[in-house]
Ligand binder design. Sequence first.
Ligand code: SF4
Length: 247
Amino acid sequence: MKPTQEDQFCAYYRTLIAAWGPQHWWPARTRFEVIVGAYLVQNTAWTNVERALRRLRSSGLLNPEGIRRTPLPRLQAIIRPAGYFRQKTHRLKTFVVFLDQHYGGSLIRMFAQPAEELRQQLLALDGVGPETADSILLYAGQHPVFVVDAYTRRILDRHHILPAATKYEEIRAFCERSLAQLRTGNWQPGTDLQPAAHSPSPMSRAPRSSLAQVYNDMHGLLVAVGKSYCLKSKALCENCPLQKFLP
Ligand code: SF4
């Protein structure tokens, strides 16, 4: 019997995790750092985000209280390396106001909400689209929510599973439906190069359900494929671990 597209997507996961092992997403020390990173990474490279995060940390401001009490001009100056600094500063302030008003400033209380409920609240905030909301839910909250990004779209499109223009929710539903049948614990780290793996961090090692771990690993692995082989300009299929799945 011909494998379904969902089966195929699971096979991508098994192949990639066997080749490269966990990618250790998200590289951060705290949940709040994940949230700030998810805002700052919009429309810029991660290296710029890292500079801004370092500046926030060394100023003692990488926490809700730091964002809450620091005047806008100072905050803008600190996160300037991340680009769009006025807009991003305003959005971070908005998030902390939301956290204070709805959850008394407590991330523990916020992430105790059911994922879908919290997702809708996050999506209503300025500057939070589905990818940012889902990154916060998965990587800061450890909720089993799959993050769809440009790499996921490109790979699914080039493998004729879903066209790149497919709606975010449709791709997310496909990925979650496919991977829900998997659990971690049966992978063997590969010996191949790990193209984009982060170093283990307190947040990458945070406790989470096996399903959230699968979603976490798969997103990181697809990013690695997209950055190293499935480039926007061209597909370097020859050495890509997913070559055997090409239609
Ligand atoms: S580089 Fe080629 S084999 Fe690899 S994911 Fe892209 S299209 Fe598939």
